[in-house]
Structure formats: C-alpha cells, structure tokens
Design a binder for this molecule. Structure first.
Ligand SMILES: NC(=O)c1ccc[n+]([C@@H]2O[C@H](COP(=O)([O-])OP(=O)(O)OC[C@H]3O[C@@H](n4cnc5c(N)ncnc54)[C@H](O)[C@@H]3O)[C@@H](O)[C@H]2O)c1
Length: 358
C-alpha cells in the first residue's frame, strides 16, 4: 500500500515509518516540523534501507493536501500529526482545537475529495479521563478532563459518525497509553523541540546530568509505593500495532477502537529503579506535590487488540529503559548533525542492533 503518514517526522510517526517500510509499504510523510527535525527522514531511510517522500506542510492547509494527494495515489492514511502536551492544552486550548481538531477535519475532507477512506487515527488513553478504574476497557464512556483529551474525543466521534453515515469509511482508532523507549539502533528516539513533558525523556536527562533531579509528582497515592501507576509501552511495539491496524482498516468493519498498551501498570519509582538497574546509572529524585488532574492508576485492558489485530506488546520495561538510554547517550541534543554510520557495503544488521529490533 501507499500510506500517507501525517506527523511522520515525530516520535511515534518516525518509528512507524520504519516499520511500514520494513513491511513493504510505500510511505509519504506530511509534517510541519513544529515538534520535530528534518534530520529524522534520513534516519528512517537508513534504518529501513528504503526511501520515502517527505512534504513539509501543515495538515490544516487544504490546498497543500490537495496538491500532495494529486501527486500520490494514497491507499490509506495514518494520522499522527497533532500537539500533545496536556498541561499546555489547559492554558492554550485554541492551539489544541486548531491543530488537533481543525487539522483532522481538514485532512479528512481532503482524503474524501481524493476517494481515500481508510484511516488509522492516533488517539489517547486521555479520553478515559482520570476517574475510571483500570484496566480501562474500550467500551467505557469518554470522560476527558482537559482540552487535549476533549479534542481527541471530538475526532473519535466525528470518525464514528462518518463511518455510520458512509460505510465506505474504514477508520481504526488507536488509544495509546504511555509510549517510551527508542529504536534499538540508538539512531531514532523521542526528540521534542523544547523542554520534554513526558517522564522518560526527563529521566534520561537527569541520568545524563542535564538536569539535577527528577521531580516525582506525588508519593501519597493509594498504590504500593505511593507513586502514580501508568502503562508504559515500547514505541516499537506501538509502531508495529499501526502496521496491524492498517490491515484492519482494509476490512469492512466500521468504527474500530483499540487500546494499545501492555496491560501492565508500573509505578514511577519502579520505572526509575529499573532504569537505574539496567543502565547502571543514578537518577536522583525529589518528591513534589501531586499535579492537579493526574490519575493515581491508569493501565489498559488489551484483549481486544490481541483478538482482533493479533497484536500484543512484546518488549519489556527493561527494553524500554535500555533503548531510551542508548538513544539519549548517542544523541544528547536530539537529531543534531551526527553522521550516520558508514555501512561500507554491509547491511544494517552489521551495526550491532539488538535482536529485538528485527
Ligand atoms: N507520545 C505520547 O505520549 C502520546 C500518547 C497518546 C497519544 N499520542 C498522540 O500520538 C500522536 C503522535 O505523538 P508523538 O508522541 O509522536 O508526538 P510528536 O510531537 O513527536 O509528533 C507529532 C508530529 O506532528 C507534527 N505536527 C503537529 N501539528 C501538525 C500540523 N498541524 N500539521 C503537520 N504536522 C504537525 C509535529 O511536527 C510532529 O512531528 C499525536 O497525535 C499525539 O496526540 C501521543
């Protein structure tokens, strides 16, 4: 298939592009680079040994999308492009509704004009809100607590309505839990522009000495060690879930929604202890107060994705911590000008990528 990947230069999108190319698909990326670097494109091509077509554009720009879709006969779309900082969405909701809701609606309009009705959409566990008991099942009501989550809900509902009104639409909605880790080669990982918002990049920066300590938000939650529990999933497992979801989008079932997580909860202290142990580093921590709006416990029920997509996360917390640290050590400033390894006629396998990447 020829797949349009919006936000393909970003963290999850870049790993998914490698997996799509490895699976034999053609890839076209559209990304406005508001939270990513153009340097990721050559890494994707290097890791897959194949080329992709990159278009720097905004998904809110209908005429740019029209031009792009005139150029490429796209079979299906994976829609990652969006902004994702929950706290920022509370203070700047307009940015979130514009990028994530208007961007999605514009993309779907362009897709429909060009006869493309197969789509995989990046949603989030945030749609469940903070007041429902884990494991979180797909049929639970949507109860988002912030503008980011409400935007994701709106797009989910819009896609569900589109599929109901016109059965030729086949949308698969994926709700991610907490993606962490990096490509095991150390060549691709999470490289946000500006200060990171997620736990793992901050843990890496503390271990690397770029920050003095990790602030743990709350150690008085009703959990075994008092810190909040989340469902961390390796970004490579997540990327592979998209390749499987793409197959589901080829089927005829409307409105499919799947959680993508491991189904295992891990506390902040457990994650830090595992990171320190597998990497032989120290991550100094300080207890800060709870953050408003944080759930104590959030992890996925993952049976549906296993039954319907034959997908299951296979990489461990140790893999996530090891790969995140390798990426951090090899790329302390993200996608800077670091040259790629010279393969000199050898294959990618010869640069020492750990076995779980294949
Ligand atoms: N990382 C997470 O923790 C997480 C969890 C749940 C859901 N998600 C969702 O997954 C998707 C990808 O997340 P990510 O972690 O890879 O984020 P990311 O910021 O690394 O990637 C998003 C990409 O989209 C691009 N982009 C943003 N707005 C755009 C626009 N209007 N037009 C074109 N490109 C645009 C950015 O430049 C970036 O490359 C997002 O939709 C996010 O909401 C992420």
């Amino acid at each position: 298939m020829k797949v349009l990947v919006t936000g393909g230069a970003g963290y999850i999108g870049s790993h998914t592009c490698v997996e799509l190319l490895n699976a034999g698909h053609e890839v076209v990326v559209v990304d406005n680079l508001c939270n990513s670097s153009p340097g990721v494109v050559e890494r994707i091509e290097f890791l897959s040994g194949r080329q992709l077509s990159f278009h720097p554009a905004d998904v809110r720009d209908l005429s740019a999308l029209d031009q792009l879709l005139n150029l490429h006969a796209i079979d299906a779309i994976i829609h990652f492009a969006g902004v994702k900082a929950v706290a920022e969405s509370v203070v700047n909701p307009a940015k979130y509704y514009s990028n994530n809701v208007r961007g999605s609606l514009t993309l779907f309009e362009a897709a429909a004009r060009h006869g493309i009705r197969r789509l995989v959409f990046s949603s989030s566990a945030t749609v469940y809100g903070n007041n429902q008991d884990s494991p979180l099942r797909e049929h639970l009501p949507r109860q988002p607590d912030n503008a980011y989550g409400r935007g994701k809900c709106m797009v989910e509902e819009y896609l569900t309505d589109l599929s109901r009104a016109d059965p030729s639409w086949h949308a698969v909605i994926l709700r991610y839990f907490n993606p962490v880790g990096a490509h095991p080669s150390g060549l691709m990982g999470e490289a946000p522009l500006g200060a990171p918002n997620n736990l793992m990049p901050i843990v890496c920066q503390v271990a690397d000495g770029q920050r003095p300590e990790l602030a743990i938000f709350g150690d008085d939650y009703p959990t075994a060690d008092g810190t909040a529990i989340r469902d961390y999933i390796h970004v490579l497992d997540l990327a592979r879930g998209h390749v499987d979801a793409l197959q589901a989008a080829l089927g005829n079932e409307p409105g499919l929604i799947f959680n993508l997580g491991t189904g295992q909860g891990t506390s902040v202290r457990e994650l830090v202890a595992t990171f320190e142990q597998v990497n032989g580093v120290s991550v100094p921590c300080r207890i800060a107060g709870r953050r408003v709006g944080d759930a104590a416990v959030s992890y996925a029920e993952v049976t549906l994705a296993h039954e319907r997509l034959s997908w299951r996360a296979s990489l461990s917390l140790e893999d996530m911590c090891r790969d995140a640290w390798r990426w951090q050590q090899q790329n302390p400033q993200g996608y800077s000008r670091k040259p790629l390894p010279d393969l000199q006629g050898h294959g990618i396998a010869d640069i020492g990528i750990p076995a779980h990447s294949t």
